[in-house]
Design a protein around this ligand. Structure first.
Ligand code: FAD
Length: 291
């Protein structure tokens, strides 16, 4: 028999969110939630977790929502696929960074299976939609036996592959604030080949006002154990006119702020060199609205 056979597990298909929460409580951390399965069903990953059961979201269509309104902003339900982002002209228009992350994400087959929330919950420092969402800001809405709570995306990843979710909680949706009149965003990633995970990825959200950057959020991936917000570099941009001198300072600050390592996709030295270059390009593209 092949050594790559998946471990044995029960397969559970709750018909409602309360039923799902009841299962999570009953199994006390021994159940894994199955969305698209593009991370969870990878042999190495599931073998390490070795869950007693998989809780599938397949019978919970109420988690499909992808909705925007100017008051509440964007709501992305836990079953929304990466491909659904690309099918939405609203995402392309209002959240270019997220649109670009989805556009460069894997292959059409994976995009049709993988969910946006699954990308966040995996807690990978290379997650592309996660990187865009960290720059855009927002909350992860979790539901457990005590009800719902929202965790700010800035506080959600607590270590490599670790999140603030408790084992009896289901992530039901993501919320991302509505962009204001001067809000601009962009995303870019470098990979060895298109289908690969990022060597490095970068997303920014800028609040622009007549050529001046009032505020910035900068997210970078593959440069630390979790996705990072470059808060010192953000202060270089705040209140600045985006000229050559500022962009050089920004690039230099980013190189100082990150903590990349060597791994199978790239070296720490390469990542440090290119971090400033791609950050600068992403800022210029966002500021000009060239997406
Ligand atoms: C060939 C290939 C290419 C890939 N390319 C990319 C890429 O280019 N960019 C990228 O970022 N990623 C990539 N990935 C990784 C993967 O596709 C993404 O991380 C994807 O978004 C995961 O979503 P999913 O729905 O498949 O999650 P799943 O595999 O179902 O779940 C992932 C994790 O999240 C948990 N989870 C899922 N949903 C919930 C929920 N609602 N509540 C609580 N926990 C939950 C699961 O239990 C599991 O631990 C690739 C994977 C493969 C196999």
């Amino acid at each position: 028999m092949s050594s790559r056979v998946l471990p044995q597990f029960e397969y559970l298909t709750p018909q409602s969110i309360p039923e799902a929460i009841g299962i999570l409580k009953q199994y006390q951390g021994k159940v894994s939630i199955l969305a698209g399965g593009t991370d969870l069903l990878i042999w190495n990953y599931i073998r390490k977790i070795n869950p007693a059961a998989l809780l599938s979201l397949s019978s919970l269509p109420e988690l499909d929502r992808l909705e925007f309104n100017p008051g509440e902003g964007l709501r992305i339900g836990a079953r929304s696929k990466i491909s659904s982002l690309l099918a939405s002209s609203m995402i392309a228009e209002k959240y270019p960074a997220l649109h670009e992350a989805a556009l460069t994400f894997a292959t059409p087959q994976i995009r049709n299976m993988a969910t946006v929330v699954g990308n966040i919950m995996r807690g990978s420092p290379a997650g592309d939609c996660s990187c865009a969402i960290l720059a855009l800001g927002g909350q992860v809405v979790l539901e457990g036996p005590e009800g719902r709570r929202s965790v700010d995306i800035d506080d959600f990843w607590v270590g490599y592959g670790e999140t603030a979710r408790r084992s009896d909680e289901l992530a039901v949706e993501l919320r991302i604030p509505a962009p204001g009149p001067g809000t601009r965003s962009a995303f870019h990633r470098l990979t060895r080949v298109h289908e690969d995970l990022a060597k490095i990825n970068v997303a920014v959200r800028l609040e622009m006002d007549r050529g001046v950057c009032r505020q910035a959020r900068i997210a970078m991936g593959c440069v630390g154990p979790t996705l990072l917000r470059l808060k010192q570099t953000e202060t270089v941009l705040a209140g600045a006119t985006l000229n050559e001198e500022i962009l050089l300072q920004v690039a230099e600050s980013a190189r100082r702020e990150i903590a990349p390592i060597d791994d199978q996709r790239s070296t720490a030295e390469y990542r440090r060199q290119v971090a400033g270059v791609i950050l600068r390009r992403v800022i210029e593209r966002a500021a000009e609205g060239r997406n």
